[in-house]
Design a binder for this molecule. Structure first.
Ligand SMILES: Cc1cc2nc3c(=O)[nH]c(=O)nc-3n(C[C@H](O)[C@H](O)[C@H](O)COP(=O)(O)OP(=O)(O)OC[C@H]3O[C@@H](n4cnc5c(N)ncnc54)[C@H](O)[C@@H]3O)c2cc1C
Length: 285
């Protein structure tokens, strides 16, 4: 289908983009790579009156750096940049590992970290990774900056707490120093979106798990963490049998997604399988 008519804007600076959002954010849509927005417009699921194309902000919002004890990623950074970042490979390898299994080469070269997080597709990979890393979203408007934890940012299917006048400008988190990490997913065979995926950040000492942060993609409307599962893992040995025991049935009460790619029961079962795989892969590193 052809999208409904819209006016196109191409701001050259962050200030200009923020001013446009301040003036008419309600009727506007920011476009990063357009990988999700354009299909949504063609299906007329989104019918913005104005498109604010932020490609011109790439030089300012495309970076990966370490500063003030935090890893900072600009919202326009592509999945490929994350996948190939030497800084991230050394200090937060969970992110390059997850970025490397997003879509295909074209998707990774054009899709952006910010676009993926604001689009908040329940089957996308980076929201759960950011949740497991306790990342924060830096949301900027003409009024200034506000910081929202990943834990409260994702509010529903394709919904976040971003306000119409805000731009996601940066994602930041403390590098999980000394932790063992892994991302494992069951990919949709066509798109590679997660039917279910698990991001694991695990502390290990003397062969036992000392702490765990596990977050799941594709399982429910928003990426989820499970306190009971994380607590259950603490003190367990890192062998397969102990991990399997700790993961048993953790997802049985979840209001899981159901679609042609998997029933609720299938997704709950796969969450258990991929939790085990992600933890085992992490602790073996
Ligand atoms: C064929 C295909 C396969 C894919 N497979 C996967 C996969 O396996 N795993 C996965 O995780 N993802 C997958 N994706 C999604 C892809 O990773 C993109 O990151 C995602 O589509 C977002 O695209 P984009 O960055 O171009 O954002 P856009 O499409 O431009 O924007 C998406 C949404 O975010 C908003 N937005 C974008 N940037 C900002 C910002 N900085 N501030 C405020 N709002 C903003 C837009 O207004 C829009 O609502 C796939 C996409 C395609 C097309």
């Amino acid at each position: 289908m052809i999208p409904s008519a819209f006016d196109y804007y191409n701001p050259a600076s962050l200030d200009e983009a923020l001013q446009m959002l301040a003036e008419d954010g309600e009727n506007s849509k920011v476009m990063a790579g357009g990988h999700s927005l354009i299909p949504a417009m063609r299906l007329r699921l989104a019918q913005p009156e104005k498109i604010i194309d932020i490609q011109g902000l790439r030089p300012h919002l495309s970076y990966i750096k370490e500063e003030d004890g935090l890893i900072k990623i600009g919202a326009m950074t592509t999945h490929y940049q994350v996948e190939s970042s030497e800084l991230l490979k050394a200090s937060a390898p969970l992110l390059p590992e997850a970025a490397a299994v997003i879509g295909d080469v074209q998707v990774r070269n054009w899709g952006t970290v910010g676009g993926s997080l604001v689009h908040a597709d329940p089957s996308s990979d980076l929201p759960s990774v950011m949740l497991a890393l306790d990342a924060e979203m830096v949301l900027t408007s003409v009024k200034g900056e506000r910081v929202e934890p990943a834990l409260s940012f994702f509010s529903g299917i394709l919904q976040t707490t971003i306000e119409p006048d805000e731009l996601l400008t940066e994602i930041r988190f403390k590098a999980p120093a000394g932790k063992k990490t892994s991302y494992k997913k069951l990919p949709n065979k066509a798109s590679h979106y997660s039917v279910v995926g698990c991001a694991a950040v695990v502390g290990v000492a003397d062969g036992k798990i000392t702490d765990a942060a596990l977050a799941f993609s594709g399982l429910a409307e928003v990426p989820l963490r499970f306190d009971e599962l994380e607590n259950n893992l603490v003190g367990k040995s890192t062998d397969a049998a102990s991990i399997e025991e700790a993961c048993k049935g953790f997802a049985s009460g979840v209001d899981a997604l159901e679609d042609l790619h998997g029933s609720q029961d299938y997704r709950r079962a796969m969450a258990e399988v991929f939790a085990k795989r992600a933890i085992l892969a992490a602790v073996s590193r």
